[in-house]
Structures are given as C-alpha cells and as structure tokens.
Design a protein around this ligand. Structure first.
Ligand code: EPZ
Length: 422
C-alpha cells in the first residue's frame, strides 16, 4: 500500500498551480443528469473521488470520457436510475446524484452513504428538502427510494438549516431538483459555499433560474427543460488553503496560481493572526511567513466562516506556535482523528469535547503515522515537512481522494517526498 516518506525540516519556495475544486466538480458532474446530451466540465482534477463519480454516472447509463483536464459527460440515455451500494460506499458525496436523478427520471434509488471517519453524517435534511418538493421517499434495504408525485415535483418554501447550520450537499441536491420543479422554490438557510455558487452558475448556464446565489436564501424558478453546457469549475480553495499553511509551517514563500483569495477571507484572517501574510495577485496570491508562529483560536463554521476542511492542517501549524491555541470544531465535532498522530510527532495536543487545546512546542519529530481521512492525511504530510527526520505517512490513498499529485507539487517547491509501496 502506498505511503509517503517525507524528509524534514524543509523551507518551501516556489510556485504551485492549484487544481480545479473537487467539491465543486462532484455536484456539477451530477448536475449534467438534468440536461440530456453532452456537457463538458473543464479543469476537473484527477482524483479518486472524481473517478468514482464518473463510474457512478456510467452505471446510470451516461457516457463519461476524460480529455486532458476536461470531462465529457453524455447523459442522453439514463436508463438505470440506481446508485448501487458497491459504488456509493466508496464515496459519501455520491448522494448528490439523488436530486438530479429524481428530477430527471421521476424516480431514483440511491444507496444510503455509510459511516465516515470524520463523524456522524446523516442525510435527513436532504430527504426533508426533497420531500418538501413533493417527493415520496422511503428506505429499503439500505437504499433511499424516491419517486415524484403525479404532476411532478412542486416548488415551495424549504428550510434547510440543521443542528450544525447549513448543509452543502443537501443544498446542492434540493437546488438541483428544484430547477425542474413546477413553480418557485425558496430555500432558506442554504449553504453559501463557493462550490454551491459555482454549481448554481453552472445550472443557470444550462437554462435554470436560480437567484440569490452566494446568499443563505436561494430562489429557484422551475423550468421545463435544461440543456447541456461547457463549464469551467473554480479553483480548489481547500487545496489552496493547504498550501498556504505549508508555506507558513515551513517558514517559506509560495506563489499560488489559479485560486481566488476572496474565497478564503476567514482563512487569510487566521493566517494574519498567526504571522503568515497572504497578498492577492491577478490569478492567485503570494504567501510568506512574517516571523515566529503566534498562537490563535480557530472555530470552524459554515462559509464564509473558517472551513472545517482546513482544521487539521491549521492544527499541524499551530502545534509549532509560541503558546496555546484552542481549535473548536463546530461542523464535525468528532473530526480529531489526526490529534493522536500529531502527538506521535511530539506535538502537545489535548482533545476536550469538540475542542482541541494545542500547546505549541519548539519542534516536531519525525515518526511513522497513519492517515485516517482526507484532510487528516494532508495535515500529517504538512507536519512531516517541518519535523526533524523522515516521517512516513501510511494509507495515503486518503490523500489521493482530494489532492492531485501533492508530492510532485510540494517537491517542485523544495520538499523531499518519496511515494513508496510499503
Ligand atoms: C461537504 O460535505 C464537503 N464535501 C465536506 O468536505 C465538508 O467538510 C462539508 O461540506 C462541510 O463544509 C463535499 O462537498 C463533497 P454538510 P457535506 O452536509 O455536504 C450535518 C472534504 O474533505 N448534516 O454540509 O456532506 C452533518 O453531519 C469533505 O473535501 C445533517 O445533520 O457536509 C455535518 O455535521 C469532507 N443532516 C453538518 O450538517 C444532513 O442531512 C454539515 O454537513 C446533512 C448534514
């Protein structure tokens, strides 16, 4: 099984091109189900999760072909509206085919997503939203079985707020289904993530009528038909955030291209507090450390708050800050699998409920560590860049789910990482 061997400490210096956003590409690929014919999605990263969604769309009847950074998806024929367990179990985000499949075919059967290392992840709000559009839904042998009522889906007011605030893929599912519903749908407490805005822009390019994009109140006026589209997805702000931390943690200087700093305001705010300066540029930004790392409190929240998908990476950096930091995880309260692994590298972190108390240490020491999920694995790779000695990160298949060629990009900026089959 692949592992990454990382020699440290290093100081990064160079330019990194940020890939297209995984979390925008996934729902946008699913949205092609709404518009029979061939759509082309541009700058889609080569990731395991993208490949799984491609496989899923093919199992529904679509033709999916990659042409360099573009993916061609032909959804003329969708004759098997069933998201099989064997595919869905590989990636929870597969749930985002439910809304478009239901709207397109009038019926859909999708396996319930299974458990997840980052915590409890129910889909009750997705189902609540689709039921509010008139869908009849029941669970059968681990599958969600949904059908539209005679006359089709019907728009109306829907509140999508949950115990942890808005839901990203829940908003995606309901918004996509509402595009072909009769009448107006008003989604309150909608997710405002840039990936949802990118999806909404793509839907409007297909002929949908989505208003209030980027706000917690989305208004969708149903239409009878959508047409295929060519759409370029946004840069990946979580990948960009990971490289911003890499520069801060190693005391380096990086130029990031193909990313939008104004999608990362909360992140840049915390970095400034910690002593890492980010300057916007035409097509990206330049990041560099301005002094010793300072401690900071970080609380994860729905966008535009601080993203939970950068919590682990910031923890790795704050482990070397001069003082104590408190990290509060308000989206996935159990998302702390990386704490024990960072402590194996001589960090000093204590978990207390949904918080982690990070007492900064002078240095991290290399060790063999185990990745548990996508972002935790990124945090361990970053820690390895700063640690003294050779860190070995096992189970890097997690990182391949969400980072395109991460070791090549880091090595091009001065890291010393080798991928090995151990
Ligand atoms: C998206 O997941 C992202 N995935 C996640 O990124 C990200 O961590 C998450 O949003 C939060 O920002 C993709 O976009 C593919 P949610 P999603 O529904 O949509 C609760 C990564 O590393 N909830 O916004 O599945 C839920 O349990 C991944 O790239 C319900 O209670 O997350 C969580 O506590 C990991 N009921 C909170 O809401 C529901 O029906 C937010 O989850 C839905 C969600």
């Amino acid at each position: 099984m692949d592992a990454l061997e990382i020699e440290g400490p290093v100081r990064l210096d160079g330019t990194v091109h940020i890939s297209g956003s995984k979390n925008a590409a996934l729902p946008i690929m699913a949205a092609t189900l709404l518009a029979p014919g061939e759509s082309v999605i541009e700058q889609v990263p080569r990731l395991a999760d993208i490949a799984v969604l491609g496989q899923l769309l093919q199992s529904l009847g679509a033709r999916v072909e990659r042409d360099g950074a573009d993916i061609h998806i032909d959804t003329t024929k969708i004759d098997h509206p069933v998201g099989e367990y064997d595919i869905v179990r590989k990636m929870r985000a597969s749930i985002c085919i439910l809304g478009p499949l239901l709207a397109r075919c009038g019926r859909a059967k999708v396996s319930m997503p299974g458990g997840c290392a980052i915590g409890d992840r129910p889909v009750d709000i997705h189902l609540r939203g689709l039921r509010a559009l008139g869908a009849q839904i029941h669970l059968e042998n681990g599958y969600i079985v949904a059908t539209v009522p005679p006359g089709g889906l019907r728009g109306g007011p829907i509140f999508l707020g949950g115990p942890f605030g808005s839901t990203v893929l829940g908003t995606a599912n309901v918004m996509m289904a509402a595009t072909l519903a009769q009448g107006r749908t008003i989604i309150e407490s909608a997710a405002c993530e840039p990936e949802i805005a990118d999806l909404a822009n793509c839907l409007n390019a297909m002929g949908a009528r989505v208003h209030g994009i980027g706000s917690p109140r989305l208004i969708v006026d149903g239409v009878t038909r959508l047409t295929p589209v060519r759409h370029r997805i946004i840069g990946d702000r979580i990948e960009a955030g990971t490289f911003l931390v890499a520069a801060g943690l190693t005391g380096g200087r990086l130029t990031l291209t193909n990313c939008q700093p104004d999608n990362m305001v909360a992140v840049v705010d915390r970095l400034a507090h910690i002593g890492v300066a980010v300057e916007a540029r035409d097509d990206g930004c330049v990041v560099r450390r301005t002094g010793e790392l300072r401690p900071a409190d970080v609380t994860t929240q729905p966008y535009p708050g601080f993203p939970t998908d950068l919590q682990a990476q910031f923890m790795a950096m704050l482990a070397l800050a001069e003082g104590n930091s408190v990290i509060t995880e308000k989206i996935f309260p159990d998302r702390f699998m990386h704490v024990a692994e960072l402590n194996r590298m001589a960090a000093n972190i204590r978990k207390e409920g949904p918080c982690a108390i990070v007492a900064g240490v002078r240095e991290l020491i290399a060790a063999p560590v185990m990745a548990s999920d996508l972002r935790a694995s990124a945090a361990l790779v970053l820690a390895g860049l700063a640690a003294w000695g050779k860190t070995v990160v096992h189970r890097v298949y997690h990182i391949d789910r969400g980072y395109e060629r991460i070791e090549e990009k880091l090595n091009a900026a001065g890291a010393r990482i080798v991928r090995k089959d151990l």
